[in-house]
Design a protein around this ligand. Sequence first.
Ligand code: HEC
Length: 96
Amino acid sequence: MSPLRMSLLLAGLTLAAPAMAQAPLASEGCLGCHGPNGAGAGGVPALAGRDAAELRAMLIAFRANERPATIMGRVARGYTEAELAAIAEHFARQPR
Ligand code: HEC
């Protein structure tokens, strides 16, 4: 591989890293209600180990006010759709 291609590849990796690191950080804000690792707490549903696409669809519906919620509409509007997708992937990877 040429040195130019190599440095372009490394630049791409460096740019991708912060977006991936944001998911666990953003999901910290969910744990107070959804329990440690999103395992569920009290009457608040568990998120850990659930299907990522299903979680993402629910979050985007909360954000768009299309899914009834006491609090989740306001929570979801605090994030972009891309952040919600990353958060959904993060919780889907957590052990149940
Ligand atoms: C203030 C407490 C609170 C916080 C913070 C919170 N949630 Fe929730 N979550 C709830 C409650 C309560 C519900 C039930 C729906 C409702 O009443 O809003 C819920 C429902 C959900 C659901 C639907 C689950 C289902 O099976 O119906 C998802 C997905 C979800 N939350 C994800 C998240 C994510 C991701 C975050 C962090 C970005 C988060 N929540 C932060 C309290 C919270």
